[in-house]
Design a protein around this ligand. Structure first.
Ligand code: ATP
Ligand code: MG
Length: 583
């Protein structure tokens, strides 16, 4: 997988610098802003940016990149950022999305200067439309949508003028006002800008400014039955807010001439649009429309299903804002679209969790281990480090007793070659507790393993060798009498192909869903300290992976989500290619 984005930064910052926005990576957007500041392109006006989501779905990791750019760069230059809802499509927009978007932006660690809505500008946009009609730059067209498409021409053929293009100004004014008054049915007329039907840029061939739509808007209700098109709303909204740098993704590059045209014709604040590359991630869908389909078709449980690339999904999965910001800083921004390896995002998340996550012992597939020479009624509390990477995290006490649980994978009655964990006659260390040697097994009538019996060396307390003898393995464990039971949800990639759009003819994207993206374990045994886990806590279950509590948990039924397994494939890729991750 070629990672054109990741290759650019000279130094890839680790999550440690995650709070620092994009400061560590050079990117062309920063250079443009710096130059505008130097040249006083906007006079003494402060740098102003905006993040302009359409409230038609939940934000995803691609939006996180845009948010880090919009907020991060403004912040770097002492400027401000508005959160603006681009709500000009009443049929697809909902208050639920408006609320979730605000929550997600704040969760990522950013605070907006002003909360704005394009719909607040509907009266002003209407006035500007009248202004363009009066100056002869807009007309009401009675062609149907299909006719307009035909008249528009193609990339190789110029378009043709609509028969309504030269309507008198007073007639256009009358019709447009009546469109607004609700006199005409949906789709019967549109208002178009009068620009150039032969322009090589299709967007300039008399683009539609307003359409008739008798739909209830989530904020303006039934006040309007004409709605501005994206292009007639976006630039002017920027201008109203005195946005200096309107950064958006590359698919809007062809719209830039139109963005400028409206601003110039209206003679309003000269906001400028700059395009950067959209984030694409392997194994991941980043389109609200497609993500909505996953939710509606119940392929996932909800927008915040931990397998979703939505910010609410990855938050529930256990991802942290620090890691996401560090990742966004590392990928920077370029002028060509590429594909970034999902492993790179995961690498930044592991890096952050490795530093911060409290360690805990959890046995996902329990096997009973009985210490024959340990007193039956005795309980000891052993000191376990909360984070070996961070001595300041301190230690906690874990109860130890005669009957423990270990992972089924940590015992083999007949060990394969190079198997260093427990097997009959072999000695291993139980983390922070004692050395134990397996002695015998108890089996059920069907031959399945029921429990393993062992002996311990009392002189190895704390897991320290009493006489310099070595063991090759250190295993986690929990005391059977003290363990708490929990449900564990093991998550994996939602799609099984790096490019989810790579499906056979006649198939669809959902053919590539990974059937093993969720595995639920019901019998896990956890150390008792985990009963006090909070939703914001992050854990490394030693030797198993990174986990966090799921909101489905109740006091009697804890549910933990696996954020990520321990192994870091991206770090390996980087090693192979000579690139240093996390330095
Ligand atoms: P989607 O196709 O997922 O709905 P969108 O571009 O329609 O995405 P908007 O709500 O219009 O979503 O986007 C808000 C801002 O986020 C825009 O400036 C857009 O360019 C940016 N954005 C959206 N997706 C990405 C992405 N994958 N990478 C970077 N920026 C993105
Ligand atoms: Mg959109």
């Amino acid at each position: 997988m070629n990672d054109s984005n990741a290759a650019t930064p000279a130094a890839i910052p680790s999550a440690e610098s995650g709070g620092e926005g994009l400061r560590h990576t050079s990117n062309f957007l920063r250079d443009i802003i710096a130059e505008d500041v130097r040249n006083k392109t906007f006079g003494d006006a402060a740098i102003q940016t905006r993040f302009p989501p359409e409230p038609n779905g939940y934000l995803h990791i691609g939006h996180a990149k845009a948010i880090c750019i919009d907020f991060g760069l403004a912040d770097e230059f002492g400027g401000k950022t508005n959160l603006r809802f681009d709500d000009t499509n009443p049929e697809k927009e909902e208050q639920e999305y408006v609320d979730s978007i605000q929550k997600d932006v704040r969760w990522l660690g950013f605070e907006w200067e002003r909360l704005c809505y394009a719909s607040d500008y509907f009266p002003q946009l209407f006035e500007w439309a009248l202004q363009l009609i009066r100056s002869g730059y807009a007309y009401v067209d009675d062609l149907t949508a299909e006719e307009i498409r035909q008249y528009r021409g193609t990339l190789t053929e110029p378009g043709r003028d609509s028969p309504y293009r030269n309507r008198a100004i007073h007639e256009n004014l009358d019709l447009f006002v009546r469109m607004k008054a609700g006199e005409f049915p949906d789709g019967s007329r549109v208002l178009r800008a009068k620009i150039d039907m032969a322009s090589p840029n299709m967007n300039m061939r008399d683009p539609v400014m307003y359409r008739i739509l008798h739909a209830t808007h989530h904020r303006t209700g039934d006040e309007w039955c004409i709605y501005p098109m994206y292009d007639f709303a976006h630039g002017q909204s920027d201008s109203i807010e005195h946005v200096t740098h309107s950064m958006c993704t590359l698919e809007f590059a062809d719209h830039q001439p139109l963005y400028r045209w409206y601003i110039e014709q209206l003679g309003i604040f000269p906001s400028q649009q700059i395009e950067f590359d959209r984030l694409n991630l392997t194994y991941t869908l980043l389109s609200k429309r497609k993500l909505l389909q996953l939710v509606e078709e119940k392929r996932v449980n909800a927008w915040d299903d931990p397998r979703m690339p939505t910010l609410s999904g990855i938050r529930r999965r256990g991802f942290t804002p620090e890691a996401i910001r560090a990742f966004c800083a590392a990928i920077g921004a370029t002028r060509t679209n590429g594909i970034t390896d999902l492993e790179m995002l995961e690498h930044f998340q592991r890096d952050d969790l490795n530093r911060r996550a409290r360690r805990a012992m959890a046995v996902l597939h329990p096997l009973k281990l009985v210490i024959d020479n340990y007193p039956a009624d005795k309980v000891e509390f052993v000191d376990v480090a909360n984070n070996p990477e961070d001595p300041a995290a301190g230690t906690r006490q874990a109860p130890f007793s005669r009957e423990l649980y270990i992972e089924q994978d940590d015992f083999r009655e007949v060990p394969p070659p190079k198997y260093y964990r427990l097997s009959p006659g072999k000695e291993v260390r139980l983390r922070s507790a004692y050395f134990v040697t397996a002695q015998s097994v108890v089996k059920a009538a069907d031959g399945s393993l029921v429990e393993v019996h062992c002996t311990y060396d009392p002189l190895s307390r704390g897991g320290n060798s009493p006489d310099g003898r070595k063991v090759k393995s250190t295993m986690h464990w929990v005391s059977a009498a003290h363990a708490i039971s929990a449900e564990i949800r093991l998550y994996d990639k939602l799609f099984s192909k790096p490019d989810p759009y790579d499906f056979a003819e006649g198939g669809d994207i959902f053919d590539n869903l990974n059937p093993h993206s969720l595995e639920v374990l019901t019998g896990a045994k956890l150390e008792p300290s985990l009963a006090a886990a909070n939703l914001d806590d992050r854990y490394q279950f030693e030797r198993v992976g990174y986990f966090c509590l799921d909101p489905d948990s109740t006091p009697g039924h804890l549910v933990f989500n696996r954020t990520l397994a321990l192994k870091d494939t991206w770090a390996k890729i980087e090693k192979k290619t000579g690139k240093e991750p996390g330095t």
